[in-house]
Write a protein that binds this ligand. Structure first.
Ligand code: SF4
Length: 364
């Protein structure tokens, strides 16, 4: 993927003694640094720009996070939830996908931030995990950022893996569209860490995933992680329907299964393009030539627009058939879909979130 080079690093006083600050100074020595007492007012300067969200990605803030790091994934109203927990160690992302929901979700708080108090994060996770030893936790770090895109500069994930590798009731998922895995390959994840790639065929990446790693580079990075002992996951999400999508997605799956050992895949997920009407308006402003603006969609009960249900079911069924041909028993789930769609695709729907969450627990 493209190298990240912020215009400025803005550090809130109190964060300069952190390991993350030391890493940033070492890896981005040419970037000017400014110290502030409070990032509050400075973090709003992008609002003066013609493209505020794009401008927010160009400065990097380092600050302490003052809230709770550990949260349940909000999911989507009325859709089957996969009982997922999230830890947010950063906010926003240096890449710029046209469909990214952060454009809406972080609209009022878009500055690109990394949180320096990694020890607080680990302490908080430890209190929760110790208290619920009988519960299996699937924890992701990619809810409001890409898990690995900033890793070459912050070294954040390298700080977290040794702790989570020791927890028997956890899988930590690092979800990414980058190929930034160099700094984690020498660690021992002890079967507790899943590195998961959001995958789309290269024509989709070229048009709608600006600044991300190419399909080939993501796949090479996945193979390197598998060789280093990491579990892998793939998210085919958002799947995009266009003329010729079947051939591109089928070829993509063949390339993936020719490169990685599917027996060591933790899970695959499928989800189609979805966005709120407000996000669609933003996409129209920021990416007026995107192909994603032209397809037909319907408004669903959770307020998100998706392809018409019969088309979604057809897309999922085709993907499941192509996947099953290569990997007959791999775990597949649908992201943010209704029970009705689950039934039509798989012939069953999970009885509850806990059931789906438990299905994702490792069996070895
Ligand atoms: S990689 Fe993910 S977080 Fe980053 S811009 Fe794309 S969709 Fe958004």
């Amino acid at each position: 993927m493209e190298n990240f080079r912020p215009e400025e690093l803005i550090v809130e006083h109190g964060s300069e003694s952190s390991r993350i600050y030391a890493n940033l100074r070492r890896t981005l020595p040419q970037v000017p640094v400014k110290f502030v007492d409070d990032i509050g007012s400075d973090a709003n300067t992008h609002f003066a720009h013609r493209d505020p969200f794009g401008a927010a990605k160009k400065k990097l803030y380092l600050t302490r996070y003052k809230g709770d790091f550990f949260k349940k994934c909000p999911g989507s109203d009325g859709q089957v939830c996969c009982n997922y927990f999230v830890i947010n160690f950063a906010s926003n992302c240096p890449m710029d996908c046209s469909y990214c929901y952060l454009q809406e979700y972080l609209l009022d708080n878009a500055s690109l931030k990394v949180f320096s108090n990694v020890d607080d994060l680990i302490d908080e996770a430890d209190r929760t995990l110790q208290k619920h030893r009988g519960v299996f936790f699937r924890i992701g770090t990619g809810e409001i950022t890409d898990s690995l895109a900033l890793e070459p500069y912050t070294g954040m994930v390298r700080e977290l893996i040794p702790y989570f590798a020791e927890q028997l009731n956890v899988l930590l998922e690092l979800k990414t569209k980058s190929d930034c895995v160099d700094s984690i390959l020498d660690l021992d994840p002890k079967g507790r860490v899943v590195v998961a790639w959001s995958m789309n065929p290269q024509p989709v990446i070229d048009l709608d995933e600006r600044g991300t790693a190419s399909f080939d580079d993501r796949l090479v990075a996945a193979r390197r992680c598998q060789d280093a002992g990491y579990r892998l996951g793939f998210h085919f999400d958002p799947m995009i329907e266009y003329r010729g999508w079947e051939a591109d997605y089928q070829t993509m799956l063949e390339q993936i299964f020719a490169t990685i050992d599917w027996h060591r895949l933790s899970w695959l997920s499928l989800g189609v393009l979805r966005e709120t009407p407000r996000l669609k308006r933003m996409m129209r402003e920021r990416f007026p030539h995107s192909r994603l603006l032209t397809g037909e969609q319907v408004l669903c009960p959770d307020g998100k627009m998706r392809y018409f249900q019969p088309l979604r079911v057809e897309m999922y069924r085709k993907m499941v058939a192509w996947i099953r041909r290569a990997a007959p028993t791999v775990k597949i789930y649908l992201c943010m879909e209704s029970r009705d769609v689950w039934q039509q695709v798989f012939g069953f729907a999970p009885a509850c979130e806990k059931e789906l969450g438990n299905q994702m627990a490792p069996v070895d």
